[in-house]
Design a protein around this ligand. Structure first.
Ligand SMILES: [Zn+2]
Ligand SMILES: [Zn+2]
Length: 332
């Protein structure tokens, strides 16, 4: 097998490397900077040049080598390359070829384009290791334009009613994607430190986002009437958020498609927006790879693998330590 599933993570014997391993290893190829994929403790890292600044920001002084999208690198008996996954800036699917047999590890991916990430590109392969965080037919996403309209309308209505808009979004990826959709003519955009730090890393790379103001202890909310406050979901119910009153709260996530989750989160508004593929996106992506063998990770792995078997694939759920959309915020 080109890739194997081991206790440390996905392993390539021909090249003696791991992909997104969850135990410390000698050589780790990393699909993207989220905490469940890019972990501390590996001796050497390889990632895309675009993912590198965020990884350094999160992991500190690591030994990190980079490749551009599409660039090939020979490692032992394997040839590897990184291809756009459309999940967050710099995110990649990793293609591994050994003696003509091709495997692709999807990492996390989103097939619909947004304004920041390099758009997803299907990669032909024999075996595809796919995430399926949202592998149920109920998960369908609105277009980027529809999502932008919904959020800006909510914000504008709150601002004209004299309320703050407290919006929860994961601090790496989702927050910046939302930021790029906001209409700064409505009022000031304020940010929690975790969001602002990532903004600054991406701005330094040339990503264009509206101006934001970091919420520091001396900031007076009254000076910024109607402001939208962009914060990690965990900060929404905290004392940090309580200074912004009165406020309407919102949360942007694929999980907002489920009424029960919306209720449990006790937010005023749920915006259905995910950095992962929806049901149609997953099925289209898998079909486009031309793969015969499909391994499912993240989320509804068993149900989704059964569905794929019914569609004629050799499919199998694989236990991993990847967590999906709920835990991506452990950057804090
Ligand atoms: Zn991710
Ligand atoms: Zn993941």
């Amino acid at each position: 097998m080109v890739l194997r599933f081991t206790p440390s993570g996905i392993y390539c014997p021909a090249g003696d490397f791991h992909i997104d391993p969850w135990r410390p290893v000698n050589r780790a190829l990393i699909t993207h900077g989220h905490a469940d994929h890019a972990r501390h403790g590996h001796a050497r890292y390889l990632a895309t040049d675009i993912a590198a600044p965020v990884m350094r920001h999160r992991l500190g002084a690591i030994k990190l080598d980079t490749l551009c999208y599409g660039e090939e690198r020979r490692i032992g008996g394997a040839t590897v390359s990184f291809h756009p996954a459309g999940h967050i800036p710099g995110s990649a699917q990793i293609r591994v070829e050994v003696k003509g047999e091709v495997w692709v590890v999807s990492g996390d991916y989103k097939t619909a384009p947004d304004s920041l990430s390099t758009p997803f590109e299907p990669v032909r392969c024999h075996s595809f290791i796919t995430e399926c965080t949202f592998g149920l037919p109920v998960f369908t996403w609105p277009t980027e334009t529809e999502a932008a309209q919904e959020i800006n309308d909510w914000w504008a209505a709150n601002a004209s009613a004299g309320r703050f808009s407290l919006l929860g979004a994961y601090s790496l990826g989702k927050a910046q994607r939302i930021l790029s959709l906001l209409d700064p003519s409505i009022a000031q955009i304020l940010t929690h430190g975790a969001v602002e730090q990532t903004n600054n890393v991406l701005r330094a790379q040339g990503y264009d986002m509206p101006p934001t103001l970091h919420v520091t202890p001396d900031l007076k909310p009254a000076d910024h009437p109607g402001a939208l406050v962009l914060a990690p979901p965990a900060a929404l119910g905290s004392t940090w958020a309580r200074r912004f009153r009165p406020a309407s709260t919102g949360f942007a996530s694929g999980w907002m498609r489920l009424r029960g989750v919306r209720r449990r989160r006790s937010v005023d508004r749920g915006f259905v927006m995910s950095d992962h593929a929806d049901w149609d996106g997953l099925n289209a992506a898998i079909s486009d790879t031309g793969a015969e063998n499909v391994y499912t990770t993240h989320g509804y792995t068993d149900i989704f693998a059964s569905w794929l078997k019914d569609q004629g694939y050799n499919a199998r759920a694989v236990p991993t330590e990847f967590t999906g959309e709920s835990e991506e915020d452990s950057i804090l």
